[in-house]
Design a protein around this ligand. Structure first.
Ligand SMILES: NC(=O)c1ccc[n+]([C@@H]2O[C@H](COP(=O)([O-])OP(=O)(O)OC[C@H]3O[C@@H](n4cnc5c(N)ncnc54)[C@H](OP(=O)(O)O)[C@@H]3O)[C@@H](O)[C@H]2O)c1
Length: 293
C-alpha cells in the first residue's frame, strides 16, 4: 500500500525492526505460501515470522526468491525471523539447526533468530537439564550473532525467571522476547522487566490464535472501540500493541485480512487505549511455558 508508513522499532543494537510482521504458523503448502507472501509484500509487509517447527521455511524461501525481485525489492528490504525448534537445543544442535533454516529459506543471513521455547523436547518441564541445554543454545546464538550470520538474537516464551537466569550467563542480552501479549494477557511485570533490560517484547497471538469466535475479536470493549474509531476489532487489537512499541505478527491466509492487519496508521485515544486494556479477563490462548524450569 503506497501511502502506508512502515512502523518500526529500534532494537538495543540499533537494528531497525518493522512493528508489523506476518505470522506464518499453520500456513503450509507452496500454493498458499506463494499467495500469502505475494499479498503481504503488496500490502507493505517486509517482516515475516517463521520457525523450524512451522515446516514452511522451504516454501517461504521459494516465495521470497520469486516475489522479492519481481516487486523490485532487495533482500535488505526484508526482515526475516526464524526460531530454534525445542528438539535442537544445545550448542552444536543449534548451529546445525540455524544453518538448515538458512538453507531452506535460501538466505545468506537472518534478521532475527529466536530460541522458540525454554524447554527441550522430550525432557520433563521440571528437568534441570532444560536450563543447561537452553543456555548452551544461547551461547550458539551469541556465536552466530558475532559472526554476522544473524542481525539480532532473542528468545521466545521466556518468563522472568528464565530471563534472570540467562542474564547471569550471557555476553549478549537478548534483543527480543516474543511472547503471547494482548489485552487478555497483558504480562505487565514481564514487560517492565524487559523494558528495564533493553529487551523488546514482540507479541504473538494478538488476535487470540486460530480459534473460532476468538474471545479477543468478540470482546465487547474491543468492538466498542472499533465501532467508535471506524476500524475493525483486529486493527484495534493490533494497534493496542504497536502503540506501546510492541511488535505484532498477525497470521492470516485471507487476502482482505492481510491488508487490513497492515493498515494500522491511526492512533487510539488515551481513553480508548485504556478501555481496551481494562477488561478483567486474564486468559492465555497459546502454550504456557511457566511450567518449564
Ligand atoms: N513464539 C511462539 O511460541 C508463537 C506462538 C504462537 C504464534 N506465534 C507467531 O505469531 C503469529 C500469530 O499468532 P497466531 O498464529 O497464534 O494467531 P493470531 O494472529 O492471533 O490469529 C490468527 C487467526 O485470526 C484470524 N484473523 C487474522 N486477521 C483477521 C482479521 N483481520 N479479522 C478477523 N480474523 C482475523 C485468522 O484467520 P484468517 O487466516 O481467516 O484471516 C486466524 O484464524 C503466528 O503465526 C506465529 O508466527 C509464535
Amino acid at each position: 500500500m503506497k501511502n502506508m508508513v512502515q512502523q518500526v522499532v529500534t532494537l538495543s543494537n540499533s537494528v531497525v525492526m518493522p512493528l508489523i510482521g506476518l505470522g506464518t504458523f499453520k500456513i503450509r503448502g507452496q500454493e498458499v505460501i506463494f499467495k500469502v507472501t505475494e499479498a503481504a509484500l503488496n500490502a507493505g509487509y517486509r517482516s515475516f515470522d517463521t520457525a523450524a517447527v512451522y515446516r514452511n521455511e522451504d516454501d517461504l524461501g521459494k516465495a521470497f526468491k520469486k516475489y522479492v525481485p519481481e516487486m523490485g525489492l532487495k533482500r535488505e528490504d526484508l526482515f526475516i525471523t526464524s526460531k530454534l525448534g525445542p528438539k535442537d537445543h544445545g550448542y552444536e544442535g543449534c548451529i546445525e539447526a540455524f544453518n538448515l533454516s538458512l538453507k531452506r529459506l535460501q538466505l545468506e543471513y537472518l534478521d532475527l533468530y529466536l530460541i522458540h521455547w525454554p524447554g527441550v523436547q522430550k525432557l520433563q518441564p521440571e528437568d534441570p537439564e532444560n536450563q543447561k541445554r537452553r543456555n548452551e543454545s544461547w551461547s550458539a546464538l551469541e556465536s552466530l550473532y558475532k559472526s554476522g550470520k544473524v542481525r539480532a538474537v532473542g528468545v521466545s516464551n521466556y518468563n522472568i525467571s528464565h530471563l534472570e537466569d540467562l542474564l547471569q550467563h550471557c555476553s549478549v542480552i537478548p534483543h527480543i522476547n516474543q511472547v503471547e501479549y494482548h489485552p487478555h494477557y497483558q504480562q505487565k511485570e514481564l514487560k517492565k522487566y524487559c523494558d528495564e533490560h533493553g529487551i523488546k517484547i514482540q507479541a504473538y497471538s494478538s488476535l487470540g490464535t486460530t480459534v473460532c469466535n476468538s474471545p479477543l475479536l468478540e470482546n465487547s470493549l474491543v468492538k466498542e472501540v472499533a465501532k467508535k474509531s471506524c476500524r475493525t476489532p483486529a486493527q484495534v487489537l493490533l494497534r493496542w500493541a504497536t502503540q506501546q512499541g510492541v511488535g505484532v505478527l498477525p497470521k492470516s491466509t485471507n487476502m482482505d485480512h492481510i491488508f487490513e492487519n497492515y493498515d494500522l496508521n491511526f492512533d487510539l485515544s488515551e481513553e480508548d487505549y485504556k478501555l481496551i486494556g481494562s477488561s478483567n479477563i486474564t486468559k492465555k490462548y497459546a502454550w504456557d511455558s511457566s511450567i518449564v524450569i
